[in-house]
Design a protein around this ligand. Sequence first.
Ligand code: NDP
Length: 241
Amino acid sequence: MSRVALVSGGTRGIGSAIALALKTAGYKVAANYAGNEEKANAFRDVTGIPVFKWDVSSYEACVDGIARVEAELGPVEVLVNNAGITRDAMFHKMSPAQWNEVINTNLTGLFNMTHPVWSGMRDRSFGRIINISSINGQKGQMGQANYSAAKAGDLGFTKALAQEGAAKNITVNAICPGYIATEMVMAVPEKVMNERILPQIPVGRLGQPEEIARCVVFLASDEAGYITGSTISANGGQYFA
Ligand code: NDP
């Protein structure tokens, strides 16, 4: 019987690679998204993966959205908390709205998505939670006090929940990507990319979304059952946590 996997922000970027890799590995996959209908519909049409729109920063929307997924596919056994945004600014220019949007999506979104599936995973004595954090949550990044704080929070969440889930065969792990070639990173000005970012990456290139997706497929597998509370750093050697 194939397991059900839900990927937040699963319709483009890293999330779409994760959703596709899980489907290829035999999972029944649902991909959530926030509002980019064009990308979501194109992804659904090409992959056959059903897409579900809701905002992970709203608890009520997550409860409702997950209920829709479970009605269509069955209980969620693998949850990939991938949805994330940036609202970069140096701290002295950062607005409360920039802070709150990033914290609400990138940190509180993990509570909102995980809480509705947690009791079911406990009842069935199986679960896999995989949180997509960031290298910038490990090391901090200027211009990203909001994002760094949220992504560091994701790692604390991962470690605490891993301890709570262990006795119920629920593993909770994190992946910290470095710079991955998605629209989020392509928004970085070319000069900054070439002069400041690429020289910091020992392998000399951006990562590919599929390289993160392969880590997710491994952590979701039955074979990874002894790995919980861990962080996989996938950053081309840029930072050793
Ligand atoms: P993209 O911007 O390419 O895609 C983001 C996805 O998340 C989209 O599907 C988007 O939906 C969805 N999303 C955004 N906000 C919400 C929300 N409130 N509710 C539901 N869905 C939402 O991002 P990436 O693929 O680059 O990043 C994926 C994850 O990886 C993020 O958590 C990011 O922080 C993390 N990461 C990325 C790195 C990189 O180099 N790219 C490096 C380190 C970490 P829609 O299309 O509808 O807008």
